[in-house]
Design a protein around this ligand. Structure first.
Ligand code: ASP
Length: 434
């Protein structure tokens, strides 16, 4: 067997990223403003390959969430345990988001990345409206589950799948037949997930090449400090706070956790979407981290939708930064308002690229800061979106492990086995693997 066949998926993805960076960077330097590169490479081949990869991942999200969640709830005959699981998960998600944003505000106040000498006269930013909190609650219940699926409304799909699964669990013999069917369907969809994951090295290569060709490098100069503060807070949260929480609540090794999560983080980084990464997050939680389907199928889709700690960090730093640039003093009540609004705002917005800025507009409005300030940071948001999405999925996975462990829905030997669920980097091997 040749060496290239022996490479694992993660190594192949890394190679794809580095090649993308090098080739994209070289083309950018070698052929600046070339129409050919722009038309045929950036918006041609790279765009097609990258978009096909992201579409293939998104294609799996709705069937995966529905089937896997029905499977998970089928085995729950007692709704009270679902209530406990849900309550625990939501509290963990909210508390970690509040920690994240407090850390971000603290860092931004101490480091003070913004100054009043920046040019703010000609800023323009048209804010999209974020949904109100009451509307978010009303919208949780679908009027038409098929429409919810067609539109990918995650919270609505979750509610319908849970009710559907609970009904199956109460139907005795007939319920068992349907439940067995969903178990088989779940196996099928997970198999498709592992197959689509094999496209990742090529898809990610294309996405990173395109990024290297299009990233607005000048935008970084004026807001470099803002960029560095967000990046620093994201790294602290992802690499220090989650590992501490994991150790504290489960006594499991944070290093094993982070090592096993590498693929998920790479997918999140390249796609900038927690939703598109969801199939990989679920597959990793169940097959590599040892979380049961019952817990993973519930906590992860919920997390991709309502838990966005990385996004909250960006919002915390951005709010303080914009206040500093416009020389507006924020009071303690303002900071608390930012923490509460940003934590709640994350519930109503799905994990897709750039949604953090929509939520930021809502937070700024709440404390009376000018929404046009977003125009200052939009140029560097692309790269930060990628990093914060990786933090978002790390948070979803960490809380999932903590909740699974506390519910005895966790296989520790799988967690500790370095080879458990490891994907081969080769399509044929993967197809043949049982
Ligand atoms: N892209 C992020 C996610 O999907 C959301 C955001 O911060 O814009 O998790």
């Amino acid at each position: 067997m040749s060496n290239s066949k022996k490479l694992g998926l993660t190594s192949k993805i890394f190679i794809g990223m580095i090649l993308g960076l090098l080739i994209g960077g070289a083309l950018r330097l070698g052929f600046p403003e070339s129409q050919f590169i722009d038309g045929y490479i950036t918006n041609g081949v790279m765009n097609v390959v990258g978009s096909v990869f992201i579409n293939a991942l998104k294609m799996l999200v709705v069937p995966l969430v529905f089937i896997s969640l029905v499977c998970g709830t089928c085995s729950l005959s007692d709704p009270a345990s679902l209530g406990r699981l849900g309550g625990k998960t939501i509290i963990f998600y909210m508390v970690t988001t509040a920690i994240a944003i407090s850390l971000a505000i603290f860092a931004a106040v101490v480091i003070h990345p913004g100054n009043g000498s920046m040019h703010v006269e000609h800023l323009e930013y048209a804010a999209k409206t974020a949904p109100s909190l009451s509307q978010v609650f009303i919208d949780m219940v679908p009027t038409n589950p098929l429409k919810a699926m067609a539109e990918g409304k995650m919270l609505q799909i979750i509610i319908f799948a849970v009710v559907f699964g609970l009904a199956i669990s109460h139907l005795g013999e007939r319920g068992k037949r349907i439940s067995a069917l969903f178990d088989d369907l779940n196996e099928v969809i997970m198999k498709v997930v592992t197959l689509v994951m094999q496209l990742a090295p090529y898809g990610i290569f294309a996405l990173i090449t395109k990024l290297a060709l299009t990233l607005d490098s000048e935008a970084f100069e004026s807001v470099l400090y803002y960029f560095l503060v967000v990046l620093g807070a994201l790294l602290v949260h992802g690499l220090i706070i989650y590992p501490i929480l994991l150790k504290l609540f489960t006594n499991l090794s944070p290093l094993t956790f982070l090592a096993k999560l590498r693929d998920v983080q790479l997918f999140a980084f390249s796609t900038a979407s927690s939703n598109a990464t969801l199939p990989v997050t679920v597959e990793t939680a169940e097959h590599r981290l040892g979380v049961s389907n019952k817990v993973a199928s519930f906590t992860l889709p919920l997390g991709a939708t309502i838990n966005m700690d990385g996004t909250a960090i960006m919002q915390g730093v951005a709010t303080v930064f914009i206040a500093q640039v416009f020389a507006i003093d924020l009071t303690l009540t303002d900071y608390l308002t930012v923490i509460v609004t940003a934590t709640l705002a994350s519930i109503g917005t799905a994990g897709v690229p750039g949604v953090g800025l929509v939520m930021l507009a809502m937070v700024l409005n709440q404390v009376g800061l000018p929404v046009e300030g977003i125009a200052l940071i939009i140029g560097v948001d692309r790269l930060l979106d990628m990093v914060r999405t990786a933090v978002n999925v790390t948070g979803d996975s960490a809380i999932t492990v903590i909740v699974a462990r506390s519910e005895n829905e966790f296989d520790e030997s799988k967690f500790n086995d370095p080879d458990a669920g490891k994907l081969k980097g080769n399509l044929t091997e993967q197809v043949n693997a049982e």
